[in-house]
Ligand binder design. Structure first.
Ligand code: HEM
Length: 460
């Protein structure tokens, strides 16, 4: 078959020197949305840049082509190099056979039955936060929801990884993790910053934080190896798994990389999603009231148990609808290893291709009134029959998020526990501005006004 010679059409808004990429960097969300509307028919467009070959696909079938059907032709995009110093060769950053083996080893730790063991941990974290709020806040107080959701998501992922290890140690890890995440973001914002190998004082601090974190993780691994106890946490599971063919287990270095990866990939995303759930509930009091009734009906004031989770379907719709409008991972990037053809256009080897859940999940071709928060749309036949990759907040294909079910359980549990004890309304001076970095953060932390609810029927 002969390949089409033409590159995809270029989106019209163009800077004389920097091409389109200037607008992409300046306002990525607006760019992704506008370009996908303008090039809707083609479903793929070229983003001109003097520095890189860059394209974007906006048709679900093309997203499927890259992430699933022809995934062997693509590696993760270049942006992942910023994560390497911290994450090493973990699941998120590795490729090919090494990644395949790690994925096969890690997968059983995320199976439904194993996750059922995590539910108690998640419930305990939700309860701890609720108790903290009960003593910290009175009706009418403002709560920094962004910060609180980040705190609880970190608590969940750290206890899921290291169940019984001392809390003080976990606090140290969390602090270093937050510091390193900020550094990664700084590097993405300022790509010409001195690379980490240059011996500057700032880089020394960053390397020191990585080393400290590593030491704690290695210490925990060693302690677990010596003690021979079974905690039933993720670290245990990752240490136990054996390669079916070779019988090999993960080395300490691989465990370190996977633990770091799960820490990073597993908290910021979930925290961002939960913060938007609260914001949208505060903005939609009628839906919020229905959620309260739903929780009353399913849980009747109790803490959720594993069997309850599948009954929380209205809450699940609310979470799905939130991640449709505000997908925490608003875009993924892939790098073409060889020439490809998409929609009849030529995608040369070495092109970075952007695939944006944000743009596709807000596209009126698929979604009626896309900006309307309407959890009930998930019960309609239309939405249930949409093609794959019209909604894909967890990605797809072989690199699908390994933590999808974990995150879903966590969000159902934390929101169900907190919403039974508190309600929120909008703070009049808060206005959402999106800040798309690695995840779709809010520019200013989301602040809401809290009202503790009178207890009904206890919580035992
Ligand atoms: C709402 C929460 C979450 C969202 C929206 C999310 C989203 C994603 C997306 C879009 C990818 C694919 C990236 C790509 O294709 O380039 C991904 C990968 C990944 N996620 Fe998540 N994630 C969430 C929660 C979690 C949690 C809780 C964990 C772990 C406990 C986790 C661990 C991972 C890992 C390890 C990968 C790499 C998988 C691989 O390539 O084999 N994520 N996530």
């Amino acid at each position: 078959m002969t390949m089409q010679k033409y590159l995809p059409p270029t989106y019209s808004q163009k800077h004389w020197l920097w091409g389109n990429v200037h607008y992409l960097v300046k306002n990525p969300l607006q760019f992704l949305e506008k370009a996908s509307i303008e090039k809707r028919n083609e479903g793929v467009c070229w983003i001109s840049s003097p520095l890189v070959k860059l394209a974007m696909v906006t048709k679900p079938e093309f997203a499927k082509h890259i992430m699933q059907d022809n995934n062997k032709n693509y590696h993760k995009g270049k942006i992942f190099r910023f994560l390497k110093p911290v994450l090493g060769n973990g699941l998120l950053t590795s490729e090919d056979d090494f990644w395949r083996r790690q994925r096969r080893l890690a997968q059983p730790a995320f199976h439904k039955q194993r996750l059922a063991e995590m539910v108690q941990t998640m419930v305990a974290c939700g309860e701890e936060l609720a108790n903290e709020w009960l003593s910290a806040y009175q009706s009418g107080d403002k709560v920094n929801i962004t910060r609180e959701m980040n705190k609880v998501a970190l608590m969940v992922v750290s206890t899921a990884l290291f169940k019984s290890d001392v809390k003080a140690e976990i606090a140290g890890i969390n602090e270093s993790m937050e510091f390193l995440l900020d550094k990664i973001i700084e590097r993405i914002r300022h790509p010409f910053k001195l690379p980490l190998w240059v011996p500057s004082p700032e880089n020394w601090k960053e390397k020191q934080a990585i080393r400290q974190l590593e030491q704690v993780i290695y210490r925990m691994i060693e302690k677990r190896r010596k003690s021979n106890t079974h905690e039933g946490d993720l670290l245990d599971m990752l240490m136990e798994v054996q390669d079916e063919d070779t019988g090999e287990r993960m080395s300490d270095q691989q465990l370190r990389d996977e633990v770091m990866t799960i820490f990073l990939a597993g908290h910021e995303t979930t925290a961002v999603a939960m913060a938007y759930v609260w914001l949208l509930l505060a903005e939609n009091p009628e839906i919020d009231a229905r959620l309260q009734g739903h929780l009353q009906e399913v849980l009747n004031g109790k803490l959720p148990a594993f069997e309850d989770l599948k009954k929380l379907n209205f809450l699940k719709n609310i979470i799905d609808e939130t991640m449709r409008i505000y997908p925490p991972v608003y875009a993924v990037e892939r790098y073409a290893l060889a020439d490809d053809e998409i929609g009849g256009f030529h995608i040369p080897k070495g092109t970075n291709v952007i695939i944006s859940p944000y743009a596709i999940q807000r596209d009126a071709t698929w979604w009626d009134e896309p900006l309307r928060f309407d959890p009930d749309r998930w019960n309609t036949e239309k939405v249930q029959n949409l093609p794959r990759y019209t909604y894909f907040p967890f990605g797809g294909g072989p690199r699908l998020c390994i933590g999808e079910q974990f995150a879903m359980y966590e969000m159902l549990i934390i929101i169900a526990i907190l919403r039974q004890k508190f309600s929120f309304s909008k703070s009049p001076d808060y206005k959402l501005r999106l800040d798309p970095l690695v995840t779709l953060r809010a520019w200013d932390d989301i602040e809401l006004v809290i009202s503790p609810l009178a207890p009904e029927g206890g919580n035992k």
